[in-house]
Each structure stands twice: as C-alpha cells, then as structure tokens.
Design a protein around this ligand. Structure first.
Ligand code: GDP
Ligand code: IMO
Ligand code: MG
Length: 435
C-alpha cells in the first residue's frame, strides 16, 4: 500500500503538474482531492503541452486510473470540455479510467455568477479569484445546501437544479444588484452536461480503499498551494478548500493512514496570482526579469486566467511554514533555469517586524504580513544555462550551493530540481551528506 502526496509549497503554480506527470509513471492510480477548475496544471511532452484543470495530471500516462474525490468541486461543462481536449490529444478517457466521487459538489452557472458579483462588491478589497465559482460552491457545501454529483443520479435533479438557480437569482438581484441568470439558457446548457457525467459517478473512497488493499500505488495531486489554504493560508486572500497534505485523505474519503512521501513543490523564486500579502515581492525591471515577457510558454502568466503573476524572491520563512503545516518529507525545486544569468540570488531567511522584532517563524500565520520586511541572504548567481543538464555534478557550484542553502533554510531535503518544463529536464539531488 503506497500513498504519495504532492502539494504546492507556495501560492500555487509551483509546477505540480509536471512533478505529478513524472511520478505517475510509478503508480497505478492518481487522484485530486481539492479545488476545481481554478487550477491550471501544465505538462509538457515534446511538442505537446497539456493544461489540466480538473483531471489529475497523471492521466497522461495511459496506464493510470484517475479519481476526483469528495473534496473537489466540479463544473460539468468544464470537465466535459477537458475530457474532450484530452481525447483530441489521443488519450483514452472513459468511465473505466476516470471516476468521480458521488460526494463531490457541483459548480453551477449560479456559482460563477455569484463569484463575479461578490468580487465586484468587494471593490478595492477584491481577492482576484479565478472567477470559476469556487467560493460560492464551497459556501453552499458548508451551508448544507449544495448539489452533489450523486444528486445527478436522482429523479428530482432537474427540479433541484432549477430551484437552486432561482434562489441564486434572488441573491444576485437582492444582495448584489447584479444581472440575473437566464435560467432557461442555463438549464439548457448545464443539465445535459451534468447528465453526461452519470456513468463516471461512484464511491471513489471505496474504490480507492479497494485499490490500495490490492497493492496499487496512489499518487495524490494537490491543487493550489498551501499558502492559499482556507484556514492556514493568507486569509482572506485564499481559495475556499483545504490545500494542505493533511486534507488529502479526507478529500478522497480515505481513513487516516501513512503516506510514504509528502512532496512539496516550490519554485526557485516566489509567485502569486491575485491579491494578498507577498513580503518578498519585487517590481519593475527586477520583476520583469523573473516573470519573463510572455514570449516563452513558462513565463509567469496564469495557466487558467492568463493574468500576469506577481513575482519575488524565494521566501524561506514561508517555505519553513509549508514544510511544517504539510509534514513535507522532501521538496522538489522547479524553474531553477530561470535564475541563470543573475549576478546574485536572494532568499528571505527571516522577517523584521515594525523595524524591530525579528522573526524566524511566522508570528501569526501568513495573513498578517503587512508590517514585516524580509531579511535576505544573498548568494552568488551563475551564468550558465541549465536546460541541457541532467546530473547534479554538472550543475554550476553556485547553483548547488543555492540548493543546499534552501535545504538548510527550509529544514527539508530537496530531492529533485527541474531545469525546464519538459519531462526529461529533471536532476536528482543527492543527500547533502553523500554528495
Ligand atoms: P502548477 O499549477 O503547479 O501545475 O503549475 P503551472 O502549470 O500553473 O505553472 C508552472 C509553469 O512552469 C508551467 O508553464 C510549466 O510548464 C513551467 N515549468 C515547470 N517546471 C519548469 C522548469 O523547471 N523550468 C521552466 N522554465 N518552466 C517550468
Ligand atoms: P494551481 O492548482 C495560483 C488563487 C486566485 C485567487 C485565490 C482565490 O494551478 O496552482 P479562487 O478562484 O480559488 O476562489 O481564487 O486563489 N488561485 C490560484 N493561484 N494557482 C492556482 O491553482 C490557483 N487557484 C486559485 O488567483 O488569488
Ligand atoms: Mg497552475
């Protein structure tokens, strides 16, 4: 029985998709436990680029089974479109390979309209959501009034969907003064899409339990990053699900059991899409250097929304926090190649608050960071491009030193580093005491 969990150790977009793709070769089952189509996970295979939003990235390996657990929120229109895209790329997507939990909640057109109305109402304090209806869908779940995938199998689904849309229209108009939904159109688009998912719906928790008992290996793919976790992230500038590794089993309907590896994916620098605190953020030419101009597919523009990502130096204080709250056994460091050509590279090692108090750990979590300034360690950069390198000993000394400093500052070993988006652009990192 093997469980491997992969989570984002920052604010999302760390490169989880490419890491999951790599690890999927060695497992039979891949599963998503949180979030919805707010996620955008990129996998690059030669001249093919896959952008996955709901379906676990491991589906690209033809031998895998893919599962969406009860912790996920599913928009049938988005899921069907993704299934179609993957089929067009030559993958087999059928009810034997893709299973959806009966207890996962549905995202409806009403949730998307409410997401937009709530963001507009927040004005200057908007969160910068992806507009996919995530918050309102999880709100309905917590209020015990949501529609679940299992409801699609029941006779009164059409009627319940209609009632849900009518109630949302009332809220949209009365609370937000927003345009109301065209219920007739919404029903015409959404109902057939929801019904088309019927063959895929089952008890994912039971199926996973059986697979694990029969010796199958399970790779769990987190969406978003732990700093976007509803409770432990930079609240209220967070998403509405549990994004940490501790939520993985609960979001799949599995009981508590050990995970062999809990892998945190982190970039060699820091990025964030949307609003919220970001102590190591940089601006101007320095930011453009880290972000890229948009000419390369890996430049820092959102996979789901295309928004320019905010960028900054790697934040070691937040990385230590990520190691703690996820119980990470190891880190995988991505986008090391982007730092080539910089004279020096910075890592925040602690914060100073109100110019006086020094903090090695977050004083009150990642929400209250407006009064802190990062204290940086500056290490020498390297000029060589890294994209063609495949072995630790070929990395420039300065890059090796940077990786070793990250391990020490984070208190967690770095097991692999990636030097480009391609499946093959990965380097194993030896244990610090064996190198
Ligand atoms: P995810 O949401 O965590 O799966 O990450 P995204 O796919 O949203 O964003 C990561 C971006 O970085 C994608 O465009 C990847 O193709 C790209 N990427 C991942 N690893 C590397 C790397 O080592 N080097 C470069 N240059 N790009 C990478
Ligand atoms: P992956 O899985 C980066 C951010 C949004 C916004 C906040 C809330 O690709 O790493 P939401 O639509 O979830 O209510 O938005 O969370 N956000 C992400 N940022 N990567 C993601 O997913 C994200 N999913 C949500 O930008 O700030
Ligand atoms: Mg992403």
């Amino acid at each position: 029985m093997t469980i491997i969990i992969v989570v984002g150790a920052q604010w999302g977009d760390e490169g989880k998709g490419r890491v999951v793709d790599l690890l999927s070769e060695e497992v039979e089952v891949v599963a998503r436990y949180n979030g919805g189509d707010n996620a955008g996970h990129t996998v690059t295979l030669n001249d093919q680029t896959f952008k996955l939003h709901l379906i676990p990235s491991g589906i690209i390996h033809p031998h895998t089974l893919a599962m969406l657990g009860n912790g996920v929120v599913i928009n049938p229109l988005a899921l069907l479109s993704e299934m179609q895209t993957l089929r067009s790329a030559g993958l087999v997507i059928n009810e034997q390979r893709l299973r959806l939990s009966y207890a996962a909640h549905l995202i409806t057109p009403a949730h998307r309209a409410l997401d937009a109305a709530q963001e507009a109402a927040r004005g200057n304090c908007s969160i910068g959501t992806t507009g996919r209806g995530i918050g309102p869908a999880y709100t309905d779940r917590a209020a015990r009034q949501g529609l679940r995938l299992g409801d699609i199998l029941k006779n009164d689904f059409e009627q319940r969907l209609q009632q849900h849309l009518q109630a949302a229209n009332h809220t949209l108009q009365a609370l937000y003064g927003a345009a109301h939904l065209d219920i007739h159109q919404a029903m015409a688009d959404y109902l057939p899409a929801a019904l088309a998912l019927r063959p895929y719906i089952g008890d994912v928790g039971q199926e996973l339990h059986n697979l694990l008992r029969s010796g199958k290996r399970l790779l769990i793919e987190g969406a978003q990053g732990c700093l976007l976790d509803l409770d432990l992230g930079s609240y209220p500038y967070v998403t509405s699900s549990c994004t940490t590794a501790a939520g993985a089993l609960a979001g799949l309907g599995l009981g508590l059991q050990p995970a062999e590896r809990v892998i945190g994916v982190t970039k060699a620098f820091q990025t964030r899409v949307g609003a919220g605190p970001f102590p190591t953020e940089v601006f101007g030419a320095e930011a453009e250097r880290l972000r890229g101009s948009g000419a390369n597919p890996w430049d820092e523009f959102g996979t789901t929304t295309g928004r320019a990502r905010r960028v900054g130096w790697l934040d070691g204080v937040l990385l230590r926090y990520a190691v703690r709250i996820n119980g990470l056994t190891e880190l995988i460091l991505t986008k090391l190649d982007i730092l080539s050509g910089l004279e020096t590279v910075r890592i925040a090692t602690s914060y100073v608050e109100n110019l006086t108090a020094r903090h090695e750990t977050l004083p009150l979590g990642p929400s209250n960071l407006s009064n802190v300034a990062p204290i940086y360690e500056e290490v020498p950069g390297w000029s060589e491009p890294l994209g063609a390198l495949r072995h630790w000993q070929d990395l420039p000394q300065a890059a090796q030193h940077f990786i070793r400093r990250i391990e020490t500052i984070a208190g967690c070993p770095v097991r692999q580093v990636s030097v480009g988006p391609e499946r093959s652009q990965i380097i194993d990192v030896p244990n610090a005491n064996e190198a």
